[in-house]
Design a protein around this ligand. Structure first.
Ligand SMILES: *Cc1c(COP(=O)(O)O)cnc(C)c1O
Length: 366
């Protein structure tokens, strides 16, 4: 047997379909409006931006404090949490990867719902573990199906709540039921990336679940509230799990300006409130304006909506019609298995009105 003539990766890695980000390039000659990545339509918190600039002005020659302490303290204050049980990441993707690395290996299974966030299958495969998809009920995670998917090999369960790309969510009672049905050795990763936009009053961000168990972590991000470029996410969990992930994360995984920007953003309640209200208003307006015989808008608690067309061809035609006018939305066929859907981020007012005008052509027909 001859040795390979080049480095060979672990066998599972080449079966990973790379993450497909939302498109950002517009058709030639038109001004692009990016409605494909759930970014903030009202910019960045001015306080966060000022903190970022001040940190840059101090120079970049010194390593940041390695545990993002400044940010953990701010989060602790804002949310009433113990900073020692918070871990920060270079985006929450960083943390999700580390969790999978820490708890999954060959022969292990991770349960996720069918239309869940597309990063979960990637990190599961990256850890050589097996993806187990649970069916959903009308594009909403099903607790019964997820529990039924658990086997003795299950080590982790991933759930985004609200979910991306569907926008649907499980109420607190259902989360509790899901957790109650899991063995204590299964880690429940609750991804509350869109918590900042939820208006439903039966929702829980998950702090209560974390506090009452040793097998739950809650993961959040600053990306959807104006800091996507800074790459900041965080996790709140049991002390043992935080300490474990601290052992394997990059020693300086957040850059210093980002740490200061995120701490300021966490404290900028006025900006966060304005963003939440803007989002809720336009989410409602867009959802109502687009719902018709020919288009179904799933009820969303996120900063985006998922529009379902009668078939993939109509979704593709709608995508093209928007794209030709510079309105870039997210196709969810290839990466999410919803070929008749388009995900549309809640964006600037003018863009929302243009989306409705263009898509009207696709609705109302018998
Ligand atoms: C956007 C998103 C994230 C994380 O984003 P980061 O930019 O890596 O913090 C995590 N989970 C879900 C469901 C998301 O939509």
């Amino acid at each position: 047997m001859s040795a390979p003539d080049r480095p060979v990766p672990r066998p599972g890695l080449l079966t990973i379909a790379p993450y497909v980000p939302g498109r950002s390039q517009a058709a030639p000659g038109v001004e692009p409006v990016k409605l494909s990545a759930n970014e903030s339509p009202i910019g960045t918190s001015p306080m966060a931006l000022a903190a970022y600039k001040a940190a840059v002005a101090e120079g970049l020659e010194i390593y940041p404090e390695g545990t993002s302490r400044h940010l953990r303290i701010a989060l602790g204050e804002v949310y009433g949490l113990d900073p020692d049980r918070i871990l920060c990441g270079n985006g929450s993707d960083d943390i999700l990867h580390l969790l999978a690395q820490a708890f999954l290996g060959e022969g292990d299974e991770a349960v996720m719902s069918k239309y869940g966030f597309s990063v979960y299958p990637i990190i599961t495969r990256a850890a050589d573990a097996t993806i187990v998809m649970a069916e959903e009920e009308d594009y909403t995670a099903s607790v019964d199906a997820m529990l039924a998917a658990v086997t003795e090999r299950t080590r982790m369960v991933f759930l985004a709540n609200p979910n991306n790309p569907t926008g649907t969510y499980l109420p607190a009672s259902e989360l509790k039921r899901l957790h109650a049905g899991l063995r204590p050795d299964i880690l429940f990763v609750l991804d509350s990336a869109y918590a900042d936009f939820v208006t439903a009053d039966d929702y829980t961000v998950g702090v209560d679940l974390v506090d009452n168990a040793r097998n739950v972590v809650m993961v959040r991000t600053f990306s959807k509230i104006g800091l996507a470029a800074a790459r900041v996410g965080w996790m709140y969990g049991p002390r043992e799990i935080v300490e474990l992930v601290n052992r394997i994360r990059g020693p300086f995984n957040l850059n210093r300006p980002a740490i200061f920007a995120a701490a300021a953003a966490a404290r900028d309640a006025a900006f966060n409130q304005r963003l939440r209200e803007y989002n809720a208003d336009w989410r409602d307006w867009l959802s109502q304006s687009l719902n018709s015989n020919q288009m179904r808008v799933l009820p969303s608690q996120g900063n985006f909506i998922l529009v379902l067309f009668p078939d993939a061809a109509q979704a593709a035609a709608a995508f093209q019609a928007l794209y030709q006018q510079g309105l870039i939305v997210r196709e969810v066929g290839e990466s999410y298995g919803i070929p008749n859907g388009l995900r549309i981020s809640i964006g600037p007012e003018d863009a929302m009105r243009r989306v409705v005008d263009i898509l009207k052509e696709f609705g109302g027909r018998p």
